[in-house]
Design a protein. Structure first.
Length: 187
């Protein structure tokens, strides 16, 4: 599909109704195509067939992005977390640590009125993103996947139930909670 067709499809995406602009919706409408062109991330649109008509039910974006932990944040990690995370990472010239990993940058369900409730769950979208990264890890090696989320218990619990672990005493530059998970192939 071309860029114009993609723009038409993604403008119909609506995130959870709210009084404030939602980052999930803004990203898809304003940044996804540009990030794709700049090779910053790839955005995957998820469609479902509704009696012969395919509709956008959600999306996720992925990036091959190192998780960088500054020297001061590294010192705040427990010794167990330091050992677990940074044995797979390297130290930079500035004393920060980086972990070669993938980022699930965005994940969003379409709440547009023409999409039936229950068409897809957040867990379904997260599973699609995770499984895509498992496939990618066969070609481009990385052992971890990480996310950033608002520091809201409901979101943190959602990601914990999937297997992500909150990095204690660490948040992103944007004040978001950072969670990480080892990429494990199902047996």
């Amino acid at each position: 599909m071309g860029e114009n067709e993609a723009k038409k499809i993604i403008t119909g995406f609506k995130s959870i109704p709210s009084d404030v602009k939602n980052d999930v919706e803004c990203f898809l409408h304003l940044k996804a195509i540009e990030f794709e062109k700049a090779s910053i991330s790839t955005t995957h649109l998820v469609f479902r067939d509704f009696v012969g008509e395919f509709k956008l039910v959600g999306y996720f974006s992925l990036a091959n992005k190192k998780l960088i932990i500054s020297k001061s944040n590294y010192s705040k990690l427990s010794s167990n977390q330091r050992q677990k995370l940074c044995k797979k990472g390297d130290k930079t010239d500035l004393g920060a640590y980086y972990i070669n990993s993938y980022l699930i940058g965005q994940i969003g369900k379409n709440y547009s009125t023409d999409i039936p409730d229950g068409s897809i769950t957040g867990r379904d979208l997260l599973s699609l993103a995770y499984n895509s990264l498992l496939d990618v890890s066969k070609i481009i090696k990385a052992k971890y996947v990480w996310i950033e989320c608002e520091p809201k218990e409901k979101l943190i619990d959602f990601y914990k139930k999937f297997g992500f672990e909150k990095i204690k005493n660490f948040e992103s530059k944007n004040g978001l909670t950072v969670m990480i998970m080892k990429l494990i192939k199902p047996e």
